[in-house]
Design a protein around this ligand. Structure first.
Ligand SMILES: [Zn+2]
Length: 324
């Protein structure tokens, strides 16, 4: 998920230079930066991916986003695991209240069962469709095994430690969210991106994970508003900002888990195509804007690209398309 501001886009040029000089893994981490040629991984079995559509809409194309042959996550629901990294017993939005709110947000009775998440059912692979359901299963804490200045390799090490110790299951069909408190620095966070997802072999399995930092580290770069509908106080918008990034990265991790399934000719995945677009909004009791209500809360979360009707960004499956 790229940051919305122009000044941050300027730094993308620097990012490309850094990536070119960096190790190979970094290229696949920042999915919008992966050259499309790297992502065109053939099935290898001679199957014609463009025409194989045994389950109907699963590989429907022609809606502004392309199917590139790889698998999607088809769990019903897709299990979500969270590693809360850093100091979540702190101040502002670095609190247990944020953890509780976001774990509830990712449950099957909230985002995971919403008409918004149902937009994802229009994506599939040659063996079936995305279910449109996800559910928070388990969280663990890591108060700082890798310090407060992270690189992607530190995140891999921290996730690997949880899996090899058996604190979290090793589940190739789930998504692992690595959520950092606002004092934790991650190379590129807040300057080039607000979150990203990738996959790696960890503990012998193809693990899909996403980095999602507390956006209160850079409200102007990664939050649509400094005070969100669930803010505990004015200007403490981190929980709502993270909820927005969580929708983005989980949508993409489900429809493009191995970075070889759904993205357009520019390398943009489904959520990238609606990045920081929200559609019509309403005003919450605290004066903030929101555009969705489910699970007993109001939320301000971006639109998702619908893979039907020619393609467009909408708030619910089959809803109106919006351009901003
Ligand atoms: Zn993205």
């Amino acid at each position: 998920m790229k940051a919305p501001l122009g000044k941050i886009r300027f730094s993308l040029a620097l990012l490309f230079i850094l990536l070119a000089a960096n190790f190979v893994m970094a290229q696949s981490v920042l999915h919008p930066s992966v050259p499309s040629g790297d992502r065109m991984v053939p099935n290898g079995d001679g199957t014609a991916t463009a025409t194989a559509a045994p389950t109907g809409q699963s590989v429907t194309t022609g809606n502004g986003i392309n199917y590139n042959g790889g698998p999607v996550l088809k769990g019903s629901p897709v299990p979500i695991y969270i590693i809360w990294y850093g100091n979540w017993s702190g101040t502002g939005s670095n609190t247990a209240a944020t953890q509780t709110l976001l774990q509830g947000f990712l449950s099957s009775t909230s985002l995971g069962g919403s008409n918004y998440e149902a937009i994802n059912t229009l994506y599939g692979d040659t063996t079936g469709n995305v279910s449109g359901h996800l559910n928070f299963v388990q969280a663990v804490s890591d108060t700082g095994s890798q310090g407060t200045r992270l690189r992607n390799s530190s995140i891999t090490a921290a996730i690997s430690a949880q899996l090899t110790a058996g604190h979290l299951p090793t589940d190739p069909n789930g998504i692992y969210i690595f959520a950092t408190s606002s004092n934790v620095k991650e190379s590129g966070f807040c300057t080039q991106f607000c979150g990203f997802h990738t996959h790696q072999t960890i503990n012998g399995a193809d693990i899909k994970w996403a980095f999602i930092g507390n956006t209160d580290q850079c409200p102007s770069g990664c939050e649509i508003q400094a005070t969100g509908p669930n803010s505990p106080a004015t200007g403490v918008g981190g929980a709502d900002g993270m909820a927005n990034v969580m929708t983005h990265e989980t949508e993409e991790a489900i429809t493009d888990p191995d970075l070889n399934a759904w993205f357009d000719s520019s390398g943009n995945e489904d959520a990238d195509k609606c990045n920081f677009k929200f559609g019509p909004t309403q005003i919450a009791p605290n004066g903030s804007k929101f555009n969705q209500t489910f699970g007993g809360h109001n939320w301000m979360i971006q639109l998702e690209w619908e893979n039907s009707r020619g393609g467009g960004c909408d708030q619910v499956l089959g809803g109106a398309f919006f351009t901003s």
